[in-house]
Each structure stands twice: as structure tokens, then as C-alpha cells.
Design a protein around this ligand. Structure first.
Ligand code: HEC
Length: 219
């Protein structure tokens, strides 16, 4: 919870109001009033720095839910079966995390497997910057910026291949990526571009649209 410099004044006014009417001010009313004051008093810079932290948490939550499901699918059905599972479940899983928080969460990539995960206008230069950094060995920091509508912030964060597990489905065909897995991938994604990766490569990027009002609600 944050403190506001005008809190003293706020409480003073509240006490006055309560005395004048002789009525008890209930908690809901207080909360509502506080909220509307916060909306007015919270500065743009504070919203942005809060959104940067929150975006990071959201990407971690979505990542954890995907990883858990992926590991379970591989254990239950093997790699080929897990491809089918990702095909059906990857997008709904990220979407359910997103809906819970009132944001839009996507995993995007230039070399995407699912064309629904292609880069949109504002995402392209950010992805290029992450790709450049990765090439140059510069650590990628998460980024937050305003979107054109003025109401929404765009949080992005690089997704780097952390280990061999990913290469079972994103490695080089005939090597880490087994033939039967690759066939399954090709049958579900005829335009697949997401192979040939190595550990440490930039695989994609989290792209999270965060409405400013959702950020303010949490402050
Ligand atoms: C069992 C196979 C499998 C494994 C293992 C796997 N992926 Fe994928 N990956 C997929 C499939 C299938 C999709 C397409 C999902 C969809 O339709 O939205 C995908 C999509 C993605 C995307 C979204 C962009 C795109 O290409 O469409 C990213 C990013 C990604 N994977 C990263 C990873 C990372 C990082 C790992 C390792 C932690 C990993 N994947 C492991 C099968 C796999």
C-alpha cells in the first residue's frame, strides 16, 4: 500500500464530513473516496514504474503456468503428445492468466510457430533491440512504454532458450528435435519457423498490454 502526501488532509476532511452529517462513514465509502483521490494524485511516472514491476510478475506467472503444463504433458504423453497439447492449450493458458488480471498477454516471435504469435507494429522494434542485444552479449532488461491509445502500456521481456528441454521442440530437426516430433509439428503448423535454436538464443518475447487503470487499481 502506498502513502500519499495529502493523507493528513484527506483524513481531516473525512472527519469533518462525518461530524457534519452525524452519520458513520462506512469503510466502502472511504475506500471509494480514497480510490478516486488516488486516481487523481498518482503521477504518470509512478504508474509506469509500477507497471514495469507488475508486468514482470505477470510474465512469470504465465511462464510458470505454461512450464507446469508442459512438463506434465511431456511426462504423461511424451514429446510428440506434448506438441499436440501445446497446440491446444498454450494460448488458452496464457489467456486465462491475462483475464484474471485484466491485461492481454502474448508470447511473440519473429520466427514463430503459431502465426497468431507474430510481431505486431509496436512490438517489432522492441524485438529487434532484444535480438541485437542478445547477439552482442548484452543482458536484456524488461521494457515498458506507452501505446498510441494513451490508455495502455506495453510491457515486453525477452524469452531466451534456458536449456535443453526447449530444444526437443525448437532445436535442429534430426538432432535434438527428433523426426517424429518434427513431423507432428509440421502437421499442426505448416508454416513453422521456430526450429534451429540453441541454448542462449532469443526465442521470443513476452508482450503484455496493461491498461493504466488496472495499474492504478493496484496502487
Ligand atoms: C513439446 C514441445 C515443446 C517444447 C518442449 C517447448 N515448446 Fe515452445 N512451442 C511449442 C508449440 C507447439 C508452440 C506453439 C503454441 C501455440 O500454438 O500457441 C510453441 C510456441 C512457443 C513460443 C511462442 C512463439 C511461437 O513460436 O509461436 C515460445 C516463445 C516458445 N514456444 C518458447 C519455448 C521455450 C522457451 C521452451 C523451453 C522452456 C519451449 N518453448 C519448449 C512446442 C514446444
Amino acid at each position: 500500500m502506498r502513502m500519499f502526501t495529502n493523507n493528513g488532509l484527506f483524513l481531516f476532511l473525512l472527519t469533518l464530513a462525518a461530524c457534519n452529517t452525524g452519520k458513520k462513514v462506512d469503510k466502502e465509502q472511504v475506500d471509494q473516496m480514497k480510490k478516486s483521490m488516488e486516481v487523481k494524485k498518482v503521477g504518470e511516472a509512478e504508474i509506469i514504474s509500477h507497471a514495469l514491476e507488475w508486468g514482470d510478475e505477470l510474465s512469470q506467472e504465465a511462464q510458470a503456468s505454461l512450464m507446469q503444463a508442459l512438463q506434465k504433458a511431456i511426462a504423461d504423453k511424451g514429446t510428440v503428445g506434448a506438441v499436440e497439447f501445446c497446440n491446444v492449450e498454450a494460448l488458452p493458458l496464457t489467456q486465462s492468466v491475462a483475464e484474471k488480471h485484466g491485461v492481454i498477454i502474448r508470447r511473440v516471435s519473429e520466427k514463430n510457430r503459431n502465426p497468431k504469435n507474430s510481431l505486431q507494429d509496436q512490438e517489432k522494434p522492441l524485438f529487434d533491440a532484444y535480438a541485437y542485444n542478445t547477439e552482442e552479449g548484452i543482458t536484456n532488461a524488461p521494457n515498458i512504454q506507452k501505446m498510441d491509445d494513451g490508455e495502455t502500456l506495453l510491457f515486453t521481456k525477452a524469452i531466451v532458450i534456458p536449456g535443453g528441454l526447449c530444444l526437443n521442440c525448437h532445436g535442429t530437426a534430426g538432432e535434438e528435435l527428433a523426426e517424429d516430433t518434427y513431423e507432428k509439428i509440421k502437421s499442426l503448423y505448416p508454416d513453422d519457423k521456430a526450429t534451429g535454436y540453441k541454448v542462449g538464443d532469443l526465442r521470443g518475447m513476452w508482450s503484455i498490454h496493461i491498461p493504466k487503470k488496472e495499474v492504478v487499481k493496484r496502487m
